[in-house]
Design a protein around this ligand. Sequence first.
Ligand code: FES
Ligand SMILES: [Fe+2]
Length: 376
Amino acid sequence: MHNSVLNDLKNLASKDLTNATAMPKELYSSNEILNLEEDLIFSKEWICVGRENEIPEVGDYFTFELGKQPLIVLRDKNKNIKVLSNICLHRMMKIVDGKGNKKNFTCPYHAWTYNLDGNLVKAKYMDKTECFEKKHLKLPELKTEIFLGWIYVTLNQNPESLSENLKSLETMVTPYKMENYINIISEEHEWSTNWKILTENFMEGYHLPVAHQGTIGPYFNVMDTEFDSKGSYDFFTYQTFTKNEDAIVGTAHPSNKSLTGKWRHTSILPTIFPSHMFSLAPDHLWYLSLQPNGTDKVKIKFGAAIAPEVLEAQDNPEVFLEETKRILYEVQNEDRFVVEGICKGVNSPLGSPGPLSWLERENHEFTQYIAKKLTN
Ligand code: FES
Ligand SMILES: [Fe+2]
């Protein structure tokens, strides 16, 4: 079946935006397509696992599942980020859950113990085992890159350079100094939708005045949306929009000296393919990093962070944080409502993909990215 779907997808990707529709619904509902995505995208591309400043101190760690591979993301003795397989070298038990700070990781099954480099340092009652040599046992380490404070990993042994691919994006976002933004939320969720439906939802501003009318919708002037006009869209795409200079959120604090002119009230929303997206404003950011879990479930790492000068200026930071979180959760719920609704649509017999607006330009670029990965 998937050959004809892939032909339809290729055909759609070759059209310009004025003749583009949403992707064929089998792209969201078919297990064959999901298997292709897992093999050709999620096992090969760079995936964001979170922010570097979630683990600032030596021994800080959090866990993450990349596809079916449990990982430990940690800060090693040299203060570098290291990402290790979270599977014990004895009988393959998962070693650790959650987050925290440790000098060593001890497997809960028979207490084999690993240091922050992943070397096995302790294993009792193995002295009579001829094929056991402690010094040769080390947890596999994944390739890792840091991009402006984001931690990326890949299962690919020979990946392209992430920083090389994101160079032009880096030039634009560097003045925001987002790597210094202070984390206020870092959570994992699972919603009942296809991962691409949530990606596409994040990419377009068309829905903001409608689906978010109860929260952030009224602050956006959709006519102000600008796109990446020179991009190749192989690795990322983005849009920018401005806020009124007197808007209460989304503008630079007076003590922010690195952003100038219109950038003081401009937000950038990049999507770094396949599934890391963030909304970066001069005073805060929030982000999603997604992975499929079946055709109709998406695993979400969701986080938010605040520019340090904004947090410092609060008379009552607790109330400020509570209110900021409340709004973000409300926005999330508004998005959850639509993306779970669309998931019903793509699985329904009478659902069919309709034409896109010029405001959904990035959705078509995403279609082109997916087509390229699945049909090359
Ligand atoms: S499985 Fe980890 S110590 Fe046995
Ligand atoms: Fe939204």
